[in-house]
Design a protein around this ligand. Structure first.
Ligand SMILES: [Zn+2]
Length: 467
């Protein structure tokens, strides 16, 4: 495939930090973590309380590994603190006149919204972490970037907007327009870059194709498409690269970090036909990746939960915040582009621990089913449902739509048969398959929620039948 943006040159935005040696990086992380512990302990009632309860003091942090002596915090701790000390909580470390931005999380886990306050220096650092990605993928001053996700109270859209501006590129926030209007504006300005989610890229691609728009020719100046927020299958990303004639990139950030902490470099998300790696902004945060069961650091190659200690957030630092995300750690040697971090993460596979569904005692990740279903070009969309049937059996059902093209019954039957095997092969679970008419399943604009779990009410019904 023709790759339009991978050049021999490495583009940096914060070259000194992005290329510092691992030893220097560790020294910097130690100093910044100690500073953060001291600032939090002496300025925030929240941290003073939890450190005292755990019988630790900032002085106990004598080497990087000592971070394990400090207590974890999670989303519930933040929500409780906000409720007891409205509206910001008692973890604020600065006077109100220093606060100049407030972010509110989307509350995707249904547990309420966290409030995060920032001072100017934190915002500048956050913008730089995003500018670093845009520089890495070859965007330049004057390039036009279509931002297709909302600029709201969450951090993501704002970080991209400000990061592009910091680099000198021009962000075009198009979320207020409908899909047709977005496409028209992107065509009219022949944009150099698009930021969106995997689901919305699929949506916009289908609509463009229905309209007969030849993506490669129409968007001839595209230098890359940057995804975020959701995992995606390799086959899908390769298909997108082929259709759009550009490189698919991905970034991982969070409102809690207030950073785009993990970014793809010039090679993109799927170099050589498989998932590549993210580079980490280790100079802006200490992120441990811990085994969810043992709370011990995972080995290279293993999956674990990022636990976040921020350096840049002076107004409201986070110390050992459990992200509940799931990432896979890779060795630093995985990429030869010259960016340094203590380890790398696998791109495209970051998920939430609470997205995992246990089906028939097997852990099933929705994106594994995505991988199976979307490896069939003929399928447009699907929904998954786990429920208990009248005989009390746990059933996982996949309802899917074929693309709007005439397929004969024999071809369909062959695909359905193969799909069943593919799902079983990748998830180890046998699932029921059901074809539904084209256009009947929901499409997703921003966050993909393809799975529903109806087992709890289903269980009550089974109990009743058995009487
Ligand atoms: Zn790289």
């Amino acid at each position: 495939m023709e790759r339009k943006t991978i050049t021999k040159e490495n583009h940096h935005f914060l070259k000194e930090k992005e290329t510092m040696s691992i030893e220097d990086l560790k020294t910097l992380q130690f100093e910044k973590t100690r500073e953060t512990l001291e600032r939090a302990y002496h300025n925030s009632q929240f941290y003073r309380n939890i450190f005292d309860k755990a019988k630790v003091k900032p002085e106990d942090f004598k080497e990087l590994e000592d971070i394990a002596r400090f207590p974890f915090i999670d989303k519930l701790d933040l929500i409780k603190d906000q409720e007891n000390h409205p509206p910001f909580g008692s973890r604020v470390c600065v006077t109100p006149d220093k606060i100049c931005r407030i972010n509110i999380t989307s509350g995707t886990s249904g547990m309420g919204q966290e409030v995060h306050c920032h001072e100017e220096a934190s915002i500048v650092a956050a913008n730089a972490s995003t500018a670093s990605h845009f520089a890495a993928i070859g965007l330049q001053k004057g390039d036009l970037s279509a931002l297709l996700y909302p600029l709201g109270t969450m951090t993501g859209g704002m970080l991209s907007y400000e990061g592009l501006r910091m680099l000198g590129a021009t962000p075009m926030p198009l979320a207020v327009f409908n899909t047709n209007q977005k496409i028209a504006i992107m065509k009219r300005f022949n944009v150099h870059h698009i930021s969106t989610t995997p689901a919305y890229l699929s949506r916009i691609t289908s609509i463009c194709m229905e309209k007969g728009i030849h993506l490669k020719e129409t968007f001839s100046r595209l230098k890359g498409i940057t995804l975020s927020t959701e995992p995606f299958p390799v086959a899908w990303a390769l298909k997108m690269e082929d259709l759009w004639g550009t490189v698919i990139h991905d970034i991982y950030g969070s409102t809690q970090l207030n950073l785009n902490y993990a970014i793809t470099c010039k090679y993109g998300a799927v170099p050589d036909g498989q998932f590549g790696c993210y580079h980490l902004a280790d100079y802006l945060a200490l992120v441990e990746v811990l085994n969810k069961e043992t709370d011990k650091p995972v080995e290279l190659g293993e999956w674990g939960e990022p636990v976040v200690t921020t350096f840049s957030r002076k107004a409201m630092p986070l110390i050992r915040f459990r992200s509940n995300d799931r990432v896979r750690l890779l060795p630093p040697e995985c990429c030869d582009c010259g960016r340094m971090s203590r380890s790398l993460w696998e791109v495209g596979t970051v998920a939430r621990y609470d997205d995992m569904i246990k089906i028939k005692a097997t852990n099933v990740w929705p994106q594994t089913v995505d991988e199976a279903v979307f490896s069939f070009d003929e399928i447009e969309e699907y929904n998954g449902n786990v429920f208990i049937d009248n005989s009390g059996r746990e059933v996982a059902k996949v309802s899917f739509e074929f693309k709007n093209a005439a397929l004969d019954d024999t071809t369909k039957a062959t695909i359905i048969n193969k799909l069943g095997y593919k799902i079983k092969e990748l998830t180890l679970v046998t699932m029921q398959l059901e074809e539904v008419p084209y256009g009947t399943l929901p499409r997703f604009e921003y966050k993909v929620r393809r799975w529903t779990d109806e087992r709890v009410p289903g269980l009550e019904r089974v109990k009743f039948i058995e009487k």
